[in-house]
Design a protein around this ligand. Structure first.
Ligand code: ADP
Ligand code: MG
Length: 706
């Protein structure tokens, strides 16, 4: 161990992690097991098992001093007990315990909590807090009742006479025991070393980690609790941002990119051939991308833009530039349907250019695949479009210089990294249509540069969105008929989880298809598309829809991302309450591309408040960024980071929407610190480095590789 820089007498968090919880006095095998179930196995876990709330038991009074209307806590002895309320099936709904403290008597009424009755034997000492009421005489409406030991009355005890922490507990461990354990653990932990530099704490008026942890459990008062929380939130976000900053610094230091400069010949011809001019936001994004490609450093850029904002055109501009500069470009899409659509539209848009485009998906036959592999390897393929098949073994590029990942939120971190390894530090452009709040993107993609397309192509009409109750769904289909009569097309979506299109799911979408074909639109051509169909069948259906041989396409969420058929002007989403908000927004995005004012019908039977809120949000908002914030607010943030895309740890105390300001401060400080010491090698930064490693684990191993 070479942690020589530690001030003496301080414990590091890392040391606390190596001390098992069972070493604490009072933790036997049974409690140890109960703690494990709560995810607590070390001293560190115990001191960071933060309370979910506090009970204000600081207003301790004598019975004779109680005033009607106040909330107070008393220490007293049980002297009698009787049931209250009208018994139901032989049991009273509550009881009243007569209490005495030497200055007077008061009955404390308790509703429910029957088990307490057997515990509150005469002479038991209790601490009770609640509101003093006048109801058939003075009484205390008890909110909390706890049995105490004689010694607890001194205010130094953890259980009363203060802000008392309330913890998440389970069957094997009681609230009181948990409080005592945390109290003891804090004692044993001693002074905890602060991995954050002092001057940062000064600048932001934050208490030390040591104080913050103490105060968050056993605060002196409300103000202290708030300060402590602020410190812990800052801490959590700072560690993540420091890791991101260090990753960025390291990549910039070790990855040697090449400067790619195009002569503009292909790009200009492409731009001229487009039936539209770029929006300002597209132009700006293209300029940023080309600038990155020109620099010696490999590009690592996120292109964020709402559904239909025209990200593909930016990707094409980048791909053509890579080709002009003599390299190969690849674009990876999450579904075959989307890869094939890109292939068709690229082939058409770039028809007159001397550019070879190759499609590589899992469903190519062996012979086709061999040819594709060959052309990719010998460099004949200039632009390669594909699915995951692109990152399989056996795919070798001649000179992969640009990687575009479309709809990146559908890929895992690993997949994104593997495709990069097919080239020698290629430039990467990551595109996402799932708009995420800025706070979240700073956290998830905090080490990437970001371009935002915050402007839709001109002439887009908002999608008229309505919620239709299930028994009115035929009205929705009637409304869609008007669209069809005007020569437009429609999607009908059946709610399935795409990843697991099980057989019964397929049956459901087939039934819906049959209903539409036989009963609702017998005079129209209705098509069916789901994930279990063979690739060739899917291709044929998409082609039929694109070329208007199909009027109504019944589909699962296979069409969720990217699919672009401009003549489609209506979408009916069955079982809309079962979709997430970002999915609904994506689906609706399928019909916002044409010139007709499009329509979206959300057929639903909301069963929860949350699903109702989601549907209301869809009616109210068109803007994906706004919707993503609503979504985050509804869903809560607990699991965002555990999700497959992030590789980041769950947040324990920070909430991204609420803590935006703290995040921005923490980010600024973390990036400045890393700039002054990119590998966190200075002795005073060692504790921080170590904290990053232990908290973020494998996802930051790169930081520690030599
Ligand atoms: P997304 O950002 O969702 O991937 P796309 O790139 O698929 O969106 O573009 C959606 C549609 O908008 C396409 O039909 C495309 O041709 C069209 N489009 C893109 N840019 C413009 C523009 N500047 N003006 C008009 N239409 C555009
Ligand atoms: Mg797209």
């Amino acid at each position: 161990m070479i942690e020589t820089a530690l001030p003496p007498g301080r414990t590091t968090f890392s040391e606390l992690r190596s001390l098992p919880a069972r070493d604490i006095q009072g933790v036997g095998p049974r409690v140890e097991k109960a703690l494990k179930e709560l995810g607590i196995s070390s001293l560190a876990d115990l001191v960071s098992h933060y309370p979910s709330r506090h009970e204000d038991l600081s207003n301790v009074k004598k019975i004779s001093d109680l005033r009607v209307g106040e909330r107070a806590t008393i220490f007293a002895r049980v002297v009698g007990m009787k049931p209250v309320g009208r018994p139901v099936r032989g049991r009273s709904p509550g009881f009243s315990a007569q209490l005495y403290d030497g200055t007077g008597y008061i009955p404390a009424t308790v509703w429910g909590r029957h088990w307490l009755q057997n515990q509150l034997l005469p002479d038991t000492k209790v601490v009770v807090s609640g509101e003093v009421q006048r109801k058939y005489g003075i009484q205390l409406a008890a909110k909390s009742v706890e049995i105490v030991e004689e010694s607890d009355e001194k205010s130094t005890g953890p259980h009363a006479g203060r802000f008392v922490p309330i913890y998440a507990v389970n069957k094997g461990i009681q609230a009181r025991r948990m409080r005592a354990l945390v109290h003891r653990a804090l004692d044993e932990a001693g002074h905890i070393l602060d991995p954050l530099p002092l001057e940062i704490l000064f600048r932001h008026e934050l208490p030390s980690l040591d104080d913050a942890i103490q105060e968050v459990h056993f605060p002196e008062g409300k103000a202290a609790l708030k300060m402590a929380m602020r410190r812990l939130i800052f801490h959590e976000l700072f560690i993540i941002q420091a890791a991101l900053a260090a990753r960025k610094a390291r990549i910039e230091e070790t990855e040697e990119g090449r400067s790619r400069v195009g002569d503009g010949l292909l790009l200009n011809r492409f731009v001229k051939s487009l039936p539209f001019g770029f929006t300002g936001a597209q132009e700006r994004s293209i300029a940023e991308v080309l600038e990155d490609m020109r620099s010696e450093r490999p590009m690592r850029r996120l292109l964020q833009g709402d559904v239909g904002s025209g990200k593909t055109a930016v990707a094409v501009a980048a791909l053509l530039t890579a080709v002009e500069a003599g390299g190969q470009g690849a674009i990876m899409a999450p579904t075959e349907v989307l890869a094939e659509q890109h292939f068709l539209s690229f082939s058409k848009d770039l028809e007159d250019l001397p550019v070879n485009i190759v499609l590589l998906t899992g469903s190519l036959g062996a012979a086709e695949r061999r040819i594709a592999h060959e052309r990719i390897q010998n460099g004949e393929a200039n632009i390669v479009i594909g699915t995951h098949a692109l990152i399989q073994k056996g795919v070798e590029f001649n000179d992969l210089s640009l990687v575009v990942v479309d709809e990146q939120h559908r890929f895992g971190v690993a997949q994104r990294t593997t495709i990069k390894e097919k080239g020698a530090t290629p430039d990467t452009l990551i595109m996402t249509a799932t708009p995420i709040p800025r706070t979240l993107s700073l956290t998830l993609y905090g080490d990437l540069e970001v371009s935002v397309i915050d402007e839709l192509p001109p002439g887009r009409k908002p999608v008229e969105t309505s919620v239709v109750p299930v028994d009115g769904r035929l009205d929705a289909y009637d409304a869609v008929r008007h669209e069809l009569d005007d020569g437009r097309q429609a999607y009908v979506i059946c709610p399935l989880v795409e990843e697991s299109e099980a057989l019964e799911d397929v049956r459901a979408v087939e039934e819906l298809f049959e209903e539409l074909e036989a009963e609702i639109y017998p005079d129209r051509s209705v098509g069916l598309l789901h994930g279990r169909m063979k690739a060739a069948e899917k291709r044929e259906v998409m082609a039929d829809f694109r070329e208007r041989r199909i009027d109504v396409l019944v589909a699962t969420v296979v069409v969720e991302v990217g699919v672009n058929v401009e003549n489609a002007s209506a979408i009916v989403i069955e079982g809309a309450e079962r979709f997430g908000l970002s999915q609904l927004h994506q689906l609706r995005g399928r019909v916002c591309r044409g010139i007709h004012p499009p329509k979206c019908f959300l057929v639903s039977d909301p069963k929860t408040d949350d699903s109702e809120k989601r549907l209301e949000a869809m009616v109210e908002h068109q803007d994906g960024f706004r919707l993503s914030e609503v979504d985050l607010a509804i869903r809560g943030e607990g699991t965002l980071f555990g999700s497959r895309q992030s590789g980041m740890p769950d947040l324990k105390v920070a909430k991204l929407l609420r803590d935006m300001e703290i995040l921005v401060e923490a980010r600024r400080e973390a990036f400045a610190l890393v700039e002054s010491d990119p590998r966190l090698r200075k002795p005073e930064h060692r504790p921080l480095r170590r904290e990053i490693r232990e908290l973020l684990g494998e996802s930051v191993e790169w930081l520690f590789r030599e």
